[in-house]
Ligand binder design. Structure first.
Ligand SMILES: [Zn+2]
Ligand SMILES: [Zn+2]
Length: 176
């Protein structure tokens, strides 16, 4: 048996979360991790307590189903509900984030986004570069981790130093 990398391990768990999705227009799962510990998980689903798309159909608007809360947003919300700090964390998502989820990730203090399948949005990639927020495919993340393992540098600190010197970046660096 080949031992999976940390990045693939967390992505596999995101794929497991995806299996709980209830909108068949796009099944997505997400896992938020810091220091190799899972802080929260999420998947694409309706507002808590309301029927799901696979029961009552979609709520279509501009070619997208707007009934659901996306996996990344739900993972951030789960952390909020439980009072878990996600500043400086990595989010693993089975599909690259839409613009709205990207914005949530950025302001939640997530410093690294790892996605499996490219979905959208090009704009997120451009803005991520501007912010110094790492957004990587799973393969890129694995390659980066391998390089860092060779150099012997802890990856959370390195991810945090990519951010501009905002207050939250300094906090992250201090506590990583
Ligand atoms: Zn739907
Ligand atoms: Zn989204």
């Amino acid at each position: 048996m080949t031992r999976v990398s940390w990045d693939r391990y967390f992505m596999n768990i995101a794929h497991e979360a995806k299996r709980r999705s209830t909108c068949d227009r796009k099944y997505v799962g997400a896992v938020i991790v810091r220091d190799r510990m899972i802080l929260s998980t999420g998947y694409n689903g309706s507002i808590r307590g309301l029927p799901h798309c696979d029961e009552i159909g979609h709520m279509m608007e501009g070619g997208h189903c707007v009934a659901t809360i996306h996996a990344e947003a739900n993972a951030i919300l789960q952390a909020a509900r439980n009072g878990v700090r996600i500043d400086g964390a990595t989010i693993y998502t089975t599909a690259s984030p839409c613009w709205n989820c990207f914005k949530l990730c950025a302001n939640a203090g997530i410093v690294r986004i790892v996605y499996d399948e490219f979905y959208r949005d090009e704009r997120s990639f451009r803005v991520a570069r501007q912010l110094g927020l790492a957004i990587l495919s799973l393969e890129e993340a694995e390659r980066e981790a391998m390089r860092e393992a060779k150099q012997g540098a802890p990856r959370t600190k390195r991810a945090a130093t990519k951010r501009p010197l905002s207050g939250s970046a300094r906090r992250t660096r201090g506590s990583a």
